[in-house]
Design a protein around this ligand. Sequence first.
Ligand code: UT7
Length: 322
Amino acid sequence: MIRSVITGTGSALPVRRVSNAEMAEMVDTTDEWIVERTGIRFRHIAGEGETTATLARDAATRALDAAGIAAAEVDLIVLATATPDQTFPATATKVQAMLGINDCVAFDVAAVCSGFLYAVQVADSMIRSGVARRALVIGAETFSRILDWEDRTTCVLFGDGAGAMVLEAQESDEATGRGILATKLHADGRHNELLYVDGGPSTTGTVGKLRMKGREVFRHAVVNLAAVMGESMALAGLSTDSVDWVVPHQANARILDATARKLGLAPERVVVTVDQHANTSAASVPLALDVAIRDGRIRPGQIVVLEAMGGGFTWGAAVVRI
Ligand code: UT7
């Protein structure tokens, strides 16, 4: 059978790294509070000249190098972001131009923190239906530009960055072959007011700032993430025991712990980068995946579950044999 196989990953972070101590100089917070409640120690913040598109380009270039293919061979770019360079055109087309690809399908997906999971399902569907053969799937964000830097309940939680993967159509053995084995997505639009941006082109004509009722989001996150991971593993015909790694959305170390516990997964099997990157929204899953592949933790043949939940609410999971 034809499956979408991950043949390369890459990631990129802004140059400037900001510690919790520096955050405490900006708002009324402490390193102790941030570490205890979230596990976050550092975040990267985009500087002049660094945008969602430049971070996406750098992550994509590294993913193409790892896959050993030329940019011109890409026939699809799906870019997940809630912080595009411009309201339109899609940031994917900007990245396409930066990579020197003159003709391919390129568009953005907006599902906030679960955007990368949405992008993976769309790209995988297009590959398996035969309309694309080599896709760049990217999650890239500059949330620092939509944060209220006077609101300590949100500004300490987020960071900027990008992650990318190359997905290629390959013949794959049904029982043991590599590739994306299952994806499952959800949305429940009743929860808009728990996590949103208070502006937009069609309402205020402004970009707006991020607003979140963190405690309520936390509660939904643990329940929804454990459920959707279970669903995706059932779709792939796999039990929890066969999962080598979980690469979760990196919002809060306590959410990662609680979700793993709910599923009976050992904490050692969960990839954690929230301490170094904070919450990079759609970038967090591909960024964490790239880190764990490059440092040798995730190896070919292993079963990896990707999962995320965010504004909307939207949430989803994917099961992959690497
Ligand atoms: O990526 C999309 C998904 N997003 C998430 O998954 C985020 C989910 N939520 C969370 O991660 C957590 O709820 C937070 C980290 C946002 C907050 O942690 P919490 O344990 O739920 O704290 P809380 O909101 O209940 O606030 C506890 C106290 C409050 O003070 P009072 O009302 O008890 O006096 C806050 O005002 O902590 C206070 N507080 C802070 N104190 C120091 C809130 N932010 C800060 C801060 N520094 N930065």
